[in-house]
Design a binder for this molecule. Structure first.
Ligand SMILES: C[S@@+](CC[C@H](N)C(=O)[O-])C[C@H]1O[C@@H](n2cnc3c(N)ncnc32)[C@H](O)[C@@H]1O
Length: 469
C-alpha cells in the first residue's frame, strides 16, 4: 500500500524509537508516532511521508499495550514537555537503556560492550528545581478542540509551555508535575492576578504587551524559593503590587526578581534585573558543596540525581592525590568543584563568560583553591598551551553539549594519551560517534546510563575510558 500524507491508518506499535516516539511498520516502511508505546494498536494520520519512513499523529488507541498507563497530568497528550508519561516508569527506564545500547552498538560499533542497568530516579515526578513558563496572547488548542471543527477563541493570557515547535503559541496549563506543586500553584495565582489587573501578555508577533516569562526555582536541600518575573518594560508600578500579592499568598517565597528583557530576542534572561524581595538568589547543595544560584545562572535541574551522576564520574575517574584533572565543558564548575577534594588540581574549560564567572564565585564560596577556569571555545583553547600552563592531565572529564565534541577536540584527546577519561553525555548518539574514534587509543570499559529526567526521553550516559597499553 502506498502511504499518502493525510491518510488514516491502523498500526501495531512494535518498538520505542528515539525521542520518545513509538514505531510501527506498514509494508516494511517505518512509521513514527508520538504518544504511543510498544504493544499498542492505534489509529493514526500520516503527517509526513519520506522514502524510508513516515511520521504520523495518534488519533486513537484501539488496544492498549502492556506498558501503557494513564498519565498523571491532564496536559500530557498535548504538551511537549513530557513524552513518556503514558509509559510506566519501570519501562521508561528499559526503553532508555535500550536506546543507549542501540547507539553504542550501531553508531559506536562497540557491539561487545554491555550497557549497565540504568540508575533510575527515586522521584519520577516533582524532581525539577527550575521551571520556566512562557507567557503569550494565544493558547494552543487541544486535539479535541481542533477535531470539534468549530471556531474556538484562542486569545487569552496564556501561561505554560510552548506548543511543540511554535514560538507564538503557549499551551495554557494549570498543572505540571515536574516541579514541586507549589510551582504551578504560583503560576495559577500569577495568571489570575494578571487577568484581574488587566496586565497585558507579551505578543511575540507584534512585540507589544508586558509579561514575558515566569520562572520558578526551588532548592532541593534548602527551603529557598525564587520567583523571577520577566517583563518587556521596567514598570515597578506593576511589579511591586504583584510581588506583594505573591508574598501574601505564598509566604514561602524567599526571593523575587524582575528581569527586564526590552529586546525582541525571545530569551528569558533580561538585559538587566532588579531584586524586588530577598537576597536575589537561592542556595542549593551537591555533595558537601553549596552553590548560590542567581536567576539566570545554570544549575543542574535535578539536584539529587546530579549528585548520583557526579558520584559515578568520581568513581570512573579513580582519582589519586597527585592527579591533574581537566574538566572540559565545565559550565558553572559544579563538577569541577565536586572532583577537587582528592585531586592535586582541577582545570575547568568553558565557552560562556557568565558560566566562568559563576564557576569562580562557586569556588570562592566553597573555599576551594585548587581549581582554575579557562574561558574559550574548546577546539581553540584545549591545546599545548594549556598543558604548558597547568601540566598534562592524567585524568580528564568531558561533558560536551548535545552535539558532542568537535572532531579537533577528539583528535587532541587521541594525541594527548590521557591515562583516564570519563565521558559524560546528554546525547548517547553523538557520544557513540566520538567513542568510536576514541576506541582506537582508549579501551571503553563501562557505560552507565543515569535517568535525570523521568517522563521525558532525555538520558545522561557516563563512559569510563582507559588508555590502551
Ligand atoms: C552539558 S553542559 C556541562 C555541564 C557541566 N559539566 C555540569 O555538570 O554542570 C555543556 C557545557 O558546554 C559549554 N560549551 C558548549 N560549546 C562549547 C565549546 N565549543 N567550547 C567550550 N564549552 C562549550 C556550554 O556552555 C555548557 O556549559
Amino acid at each position: 500500500m502506498a502511504l499518502k500524507k493525510g491518510q488514516d491508518i491502523e498500526l501495531d506499535i512494535d518498538d520505542a524509537a528515539y525521542k520518545g516516539k513509538g514505531i510501527g511498520k506498514i509494508d516494511g516502511l517505518a512509521v513514527f508516532v508520538p504518544n504511543t508505546t510498544p504493544g499498542d494498536r492505534i489509529k493514526a494520520r500520516i503527517l509526513k511521508k519520506k522514502k524510508s519512513y513516515a511520521e504520523a499523529k495518534l488519533l486513537e488507541v484501539l488496544e492498549k499495550g502492556p506498558y501503557r498507563i494513564d498519565p498523571k497530568c491532564q496536559h500530557a497528550k498535548n504538551c511537549g514537555g513530557c513524552s513518556w508519561q503514558h509509559v510506566s516508569y519501570e519501562h521508561q527506564k528499559e526503553f532508555k537503556r535500550d536506546q543507549v545500547r542501540d547507539h553504542i552498538h550501531r553508531i559506536g560499533g562497540l557491539t561487545d560492550l554491555e550497557v549497565n542497568p540504568i540508575i533510575g530516579c527515586d522521584l519520577p515526578f516533582y524532581y525539577r528545581n527550575k521551571m520556566e513558563y512562557s507567557i503569550g496572547h494565544k493558547r494552543w488548542l487541544s486535539q479535541e478542540e481542533v477535531n470539534r471543527d468549530e471556531y474556538v477563541d484562542d486569545r487569552c493570557f496564556a501561561v505554560g509551555l510552548h506548543a511543540p515547535g511554535r514560538f507564538d503559541k503557549i499551551l495554557n496549563i494549570n498543572e505540571c508535575h515536574l516541579q514541586d506543586p507549589i510551582s504551578y500553584k504560583i503560576m495559577d495565582f500569577f495568571r489570575q492576578w494578571c487577568v484581574e489587573n488587566n496586565i497585558a501578555p507579551f505578543n511575540r508577533i507584534d512585540h507589544k504587551g508586558f509579561m514575558r516569562n515566569l520562572i520558578i526555582r526551588k532548592a532541593y536541600y534548602t527551603d529557598d524559593l525564587m520567583v523571577n518575573i520577566v517583563t518587556y518594560q521596567d514598570d515597578q508600578g506593576l511589579i511591586e503590587p504583584l510581588a506583594e500579592a505573591l508574598l501574601k499568598e505564598f509566604p514561602e517565597i524567599t526571593t523575587i526578581i524582575n528581569n527586564v528583557n526590552d529586546t525582541k530576542s525571545p530569551t528569558s534572561e533580561g538585559r538587566y534585573e532588579k531584586i524586588i524581595h530577598g537576597p536575589g538568589y537561592i542556595t542549593d547543595k551537591i555533595g558537601d558543596y553549596r552553590f548560590n544560584i542567581d536567576a539566570n545562572a545554570f544549575f543542574q535541574t535535578n539536584t539529587p540525581q546530579a549528585e548520583q551522576l557526579y558520584k559515578i564520574v568520581k568513581d570512573f575517574a579513580g582519582i589519586r592525590d597527585n592527579d591533574i584533572i581537566y574538566d572540559l565543558y565545565c559550565g558553572v564548575g559544579t563538577l569541577t568543584i565536586y572532583l577537587s577534594d582528592k585531586a592535586k588540581k582541577v582545570v575547568g574549560i568553558e565557552l560562556e563568560e557568565v558560566a566562568i564567572r559563576n564557576a569562580q564565585k562557586n569556588a570562592e564560596k566553597n573555599n576551594i583553591d585548587n581549581v582554575s577556569f579557562v574561558k574559550g571555545d574548546m577546539k581553540d583553547v584545549f591545546t599545548e598551551e594549556i598543558s604548558d600552563r597547568y601540566g598534562d592531565p592524567n585524568c580528564l572529564v568531558t561533558d560536551p553539549p548535545r552535539a558532542g565534541m568537535h572532531p579537533d577536540v577528539v583528535e587532541r584527546l587521541i594525541e594527548l594519551k590521557v591515562p583516564k577519561i570519563v565521558y559524560v553525555s546528554c546525547n548517547s548518539s553523538t557520544m557513540a560517534r566520538d567513542l568510536k574514534k576514541l576506541n582506537e587509543v582508549y579501551e571503553i570499559q563501562d557505560i552507565q546510563p543515569v535517568d535525570m529526567f523521568p517522563q521525558t526521553y532525555h538520558i545522561e550516559t557516563v563512559a569510563k575510558l582507559r588508555l590502551r597499553t
